[in-house]
Design a protein around this ligand. Structure first.
Ligand code: ADP
Length: 186
């Protein structure tokens, strides 16, 4: 059983690795960023609430993402495992997740923390900006990195002492990193 949290800064390759790994393991890929972007595109109530924060590179309020994650995790396909990508992003989200999963009797089995140096992150994000993601504009990307260090990096500390936590080197080819992640997941 794999119930996985994929941690790491913007540009670390969480999204890319998450998609590949979920395909190989046959578990749902739950990306709060994807769910929120879809909500914005569809102009749903959630999307309208989230849009401004996302465009500025800020975090969407905890309660919104906690509620959407709870809804997603209680869907049937998550009973055989899942991978969370982009959640939890604050300590409050991590604590809410712990409570939610203990209610469901489905604790996290692996926390994968993708490690990439900051200079590489900025290069990668600049490249993505040229592919048209509006929150990857250089100024917004810099803000997202700032938010990461202030609010999300402490989430690693929340899991570090648990036996489930593993750091993975995010440098190298996509295939090399995938291999490392799969090894950690067993
Ligand atoms: P990244 O490229 O950093 O992995 P994501 O696609 O995960 O970015 O998220 C894009 C944006 O969606 C974030 O900058 C933030 O505004 C919002 N978002 C996604 N997940 C969360 C979350 N767990 N808490 C708050 N905001 C979130």
């Amino acid at each position: 059983m794999n119930r996985v949290i994929m941690l790491g800064p913007p540009g670390a390759g969480k999204g890319t690795q998450s998609i590949i790994v979920c395909g190989k393991l046959g578990i749902p890929h739950i990306s709060t960023g994807d769910i929120l972007r879809q909500a914005v595109a569809n102009k749903t109530e959630l999307g309208l609430k989230a849009k401004g924060y996302m465009e500025e590179g800020k975090l969407v309020p905890d309660q919104l993402v906690i509620d959407l994650t709870r809804q997603r995790l209680t869907q049937e396909d998550c009973a055989q495992g899942f991978l969370l990508d982009g959640f939890p992003r604050t300590l409050d989200q991590a604590e809410a997740l712990d409570r939610m999963l203990s209610e469901l009797g489905a604790p996290i089995t692996h926390v994968v923390d993708l490690k990439v140096e900051e200079t590489v992150l900025l290069d990668r994000i600049r490249n993505r900006a040229s592919e048209g993601r509006t929150d990857d504009k250089v100024e917004v990307a810099a803000e997202r990195l700032k938010v990461y260090w202030a609010q999300t990096a402490p989430v690693s500390g929340h899991y570090r002492d648990a036996g489930t936590y593993q750091e993975v080197n995010g440098l190298g080819t996509v295939e090399e990193v995938t291999e490392r992640v799969l090894k950690v997941l067993g």
